[in-house]
Design a protein around this ligand. Structure first.
Ligand SMILES: Cc1cc2nc3c(=O)[nH]c(=O)nc-3n(C[C@H](O)[C@H](O)[C@H](O)COP(=O)(O)OP(=O)(O)OC[C@H]3O[C@@H](n4cnc5c(N)ncnc54)[C@H](O)[C@@H]3O)c2cc1C
Length: 371
């Protein structure tokens, strides 16, 4: 499944917990703690150092930098277990990837469907039916975007609600055989799966995302990186953060900013201990999921009500990636997407079809696919 998370990316965004906020004009003689060495944390440190701040300590709970950008070397490249695609040019990552020469191609969203290699099991599938579904489904994203633009501020509705109504209306347009209904249902799941991968959610994806997403492109598209992928961007961001600034395996449990200086409590195995140094400023870059779980117990004093409510209100989806390696490609190598449709009585016993909606062919390894 295409993994070009859009809406829920909080890349390079962070939460300051000590007021007033630090700025380019602040005294450089201050100590700053950054929680998390993911892209947001690394980018924050790089930026602070550009402005002349040097007394910085990064607390990273795991034993590595990169956070949800994580890749493992495999074959002639790296398998990206986390972020992989760059969504549009209006994106700090795009600028870095371009500078590093990592961008090797682009993929428009419509290509996902139009060039998909469709597998529907032993019964096969009629091309006419697939085209009928595409004629219905492909224009929807543009339709919902216009709808979102037109209903600014009053879009209390999810994409799923709109889609389910539209799909029902499409089915009601003419009589369908049971077999056609089974195929259309599978195609519909493929389409919804695209949203799951692309935006991190379908059922809970608010229409607001279509209004607020601006990737500076005429059509929604993603940029494809070379076999190094996001690892190249991670290395670029890390270069600006000296090793001695990062405290790995330091999980931050409490941030007490009630005094003149901020104290930080670290989890060390099953023990909690105060970090010996105190800080003037703290920048928190932990994920929304982490904040949902810990924001009410992590900060003293509590975060302002407005921030807590925002943390409660925002949502996110789940994403898990699976890579499959074959001796030889068995799919059409001209297709970037393989739709593995689960159709009752035709394909549901096949593991590729019973568990996955679609796969992407890797650009740099012709025998690997990824869902
Ligand atoms: C499978 C997958 C695929 C994705 N695909 C794409 C894609 O194609 N394109 C794209 O743009 N985005 C994609 N994303 C999203 C992207 O990876 C994230 O938005 C981005 O990496 C978030 O960076 P971050 O620094 O904000 O958070 P994180 O990467 O989560 O970094 C936070 C860091 O804080 C650390 N931490 C957490 N709690 C504590 C604590 N209490 N104390 C100390 N350290 C702590 C964590 O260990 C982590 O290193 C994908 C995400 C996933 C999971």
């Amino acid at each position: 499944m295409i993994t070009r998370i859009r809406s829920l990316i909080v890349l390079l965004s962070f939460l300051f917990v000590n007021m007033p906020e630090i700025s380019a004009n602040s005294s450089k003689n201050v100590s700053i703690a950054v929680i998390g060495a993911g892209f947001a944390g690394l980018a924050a440190v790089g930026h602070l150092r550009e402005l002349g701040f040097e007394d910085i300590t990064v607390f990273e709970g795991s034993n590595r930098f990169g956070g949800r950008v994580y890749s493992i070397p495999y074959g002639k490249g790296r398998i990206q277990m986390g972020a992989q695609w760059v969504n549009g040019k209006n994106n700090a990552i795009y600028k870095i990837a371009e500078k590093m020469g990592l961008v090797v191609g682009e993929l428009a969203d419509d290509d996902v469907f139009e060039s998909a290699n469709i597998f529907a099991g032993k019964c096969g599938i009629s091309e006419t039916l697939v085209n009928e579904f595409y004629d219905f489904a492909i224009p929807l994203e543009e339709k919902y975007t216009s709808f979102a633009d037109a209903s600014k501020g009053s879009y209390n509705i999810s994409i799923a609600d709109l889609y389910e109504d539209d799909f029902q209306a499409f089915l009601n347009k003419k009589w369908r055989s049971r077999k056609e209904l089974g195929h259309l249902d599978a195609l519909s799941r493929f389409y919804k799966g695209y949203f799951e991968g692309e935006w991190g959610a379908f059922k809970d994806l608010a229409l607001a995302n279509f209004d607020q997403w601006d990737d500076d492109e005429n059509e929604l598209k993603a940029y494809v990186l070379d076999s190094t992928g996001y690892w190249g961007v991670a290395k670029y961001l890390k270069q600006r953060v000296p090793d001695e600034m990062i405290e790995y395996n330091h999980v931050v449990r409490k941030i007490n900013y009630s005094g003149e200086k901020t104290t930080i409590m670290i989890e060390n195995g099953s023990n909690l201990k105060f970090y010996p140094k105190k800080f003037d400023y703290v920048i928190v870059t932990t994920s929304l999921g982490h904040l949902k779980k810990h924001a009410r117990s992590m900060f003293k004093p509590q975060l302002p009500k407005k921030k807590l409510e925002a943390i409660d209100r925002l949502g996110f989806g789940n994403l898990l990636k699976v890579d499959l390696v074959y001796d030889e490609p068995w799919w059409n190598e001209n297709s970037s997407t393989l739709a593995t449709l689960r159709v009752k009585g035709c394909s549901e016993s096949h593991p590729l079809m019973s568990h996955f909606h679609s796969f992407d062919a890797l650009e740099w390894a012709d025998n690997q696919i990824e869902s």
